[in-house]
Design a protein around this ligand. Structure first.
Ligand code: SF4
Length: 151
């Protein structure tokens, strides 16, 4: 018989970590409360790679493909983020739930602005982390904090 807790991945900024690009947090107590019985696994792919604060990044559609590109310096950081996120997933199996920050170029799930190279809004889509996590954990519905704020 196992008494192991269920496990939830949550965007670290929703847990109160000051890891957003602007050095701020976006704590949502309703998320923490909802998963207080779970083992919480904080997740932030950007902070370990780029530090905090850092240059803003965007999801840019290039030749029909979503790339992650820094806003001012125009660097394509897609590969670096993919490696970071894949490494995180490789360390975390047996996940029961996922809550990610909406609208983020990394964590946003179906809520992130996708723009073109001229920075014109095209449509809403998913960030690079939520895209990868949805494939790695195909049986888990990704939630975002907006769903908790309106409950
Ligand atoms: S939205 Fe994701 S990548 Fe951005 S600060 Fe929060 S956890 Fe980090």
């Amino acid at each position: 018989m196992s008494s192991a807790k269920k496990r939830v991945i949550i965007s670290a900024c929703l847990l109160g970590e000051y890891c957003r690009y602007d050095g701020k947090t976006k704590v949502v107590n309703a998320v923490i409360e909802a998963y207080k019985e779970y083992e919480i696994i904080p997740f932030c792919p950007e902070d370990p790679l780029f530090g905090t604060p850092r240059e803003r990044i965007n999801v840019v559609e290039v030749n029909g493909e979503n790339r992650i590109i820094t806003e001012i310096t125009n660097m394509d950081v897609t590969l670096r983020l993919e490696e970071e996120i894949n490494a995180f997933c490789a360390k975390h199996h047996d996940i029961d739930a996922i809550v990610l920050k909406s609208k983020s170029p990394s964590c946003g799930y179906k809520t992130t602005s996708i723009i073109n190279k001229e920075k014109i809004f095209l449509h809403f889509g998913s960030g690079i982390a939520s895209t990868i996590l949805s494939k790695k954990y195909p049986n888990i519905k990704i939630e975002n904090e907006i769903e908790f704020e309106v409950k």
